[in-house]
Design a protein around this ligand. Structure first.
Ligand code: SF4
Length: 255
């Protein structure tokens, strides 16, 4: 009997061979690979520009073999909007940022780009803390969460409640696509690539602003081994940051 072999996985062409310096168990590495696979599947490596900002997500240009721009803190969305206007329909622009940068200093730019319905794909890596700068509080840190700046746990008194910024985007008419997945469970990682692809396709068809949030873990600042960090975050975010596709254009796009 003749055996036939078919390759079902390989090293993504858009992923650089540079060794990654993310900490063991960090979800940025998973996100990087998923973005590379989405770019390869859509065959847009030569027509796409990525924009990153500050923190650990700023390492992305070293690991993706595509054109990328690094923006100052809070300025990734304005930089991406400028690129998008310049490139027009000839190419695609995506933003990859941590939640500290996007929902902190970048919040106003995020919402104004969404209100204008800019043709952009924004990917937010939300790992509940500011990783690279030592694990201090971020806008999505949970109540009771111990961080470098809240050693006794985040309280409502000084810091308010954690806000689900992803779902705040839902009522804005210029926003076409809003989704969220966990970058640390096998089933959702498989769906994650399709969400990135869908977001980029929506941009290609000029359907407006699209947004994907990836819930991640930062084992280093949680001071836990990766499996324990996954367990802890999974249970802590349950009911607060749900996964799913919350908004999508109904017609005109097939994957
Ligand atoms: S500090 Fe946290 S977010 Fe940064 S690379 Fe390490 S685990 Fe990832």
């Amino acid at each position: 009997m003749e055996l036939k072999f078919e390759q079902i996985a390989g090293f993504p062409k858009s992923l650089s061979e540079t060794p990654q310096h993310f900490c063991p168990g960090c979800t940025h590495g998973v996100n990087t690979r998923l973005i590379a696979e989405a770019i390869d599947d859509l065959q847009v490596a030569g027509d796409i520009v990525g924009v990153c900002g500050m923190g650990c997500s700023a390492l992305l240009p070293d690991y993706l073999d595509i054109d990328m721009v690094a923006a100052p803190p809070g300025q990734a969305i304005p930089v991406a909007v400028g690129l998008s206007h310049e490139i027009g329909e000839k190419g695609l622009v995506f933003v990859y940022l941590g939640e500290g940068d996007l929902y902190g200093r970048g919040l106003s730019a995020l919402f104004h780009a969404a209100i204008r319905g800019e043709s952009l794909s924004v990917f937010c890596a939300n790992n509940l803390n500011m990783g690279m700068s030592g694990g201090h509080l971020s806008p999505t840190s949970l109540l009771g969460q111990k961080t470098a700046t809240t050693p006794n746990g985040k309280s409502t008194v000084k810091y308010g409640v954690p806000v689900d910024f992803t779902r705040l985007l839902l009522n804005i008419p210029g926003v076409s696509f809003v989704a969220r997945f966990k970058g640390f469970t096998a089933g959702e990682i498989r769906k994650g690539k399709e969400l990135f692809k869908r977001s980029l396709q929506i941009q290609k068809f000029q359907k407006g602003f699209s947004f994907v949030e990836i819930l991640g873990i930062c084992p280093t600042n949680l001071e836990l081994p990766p499996p324990e960090a996954v367990k802890q975050v999974k249970s802590a975010i349950s009911g607060i940051y749900p996964s799913g596709i919350f908004k999508t254009p109904e017609v005109g796009i097939t994957l």
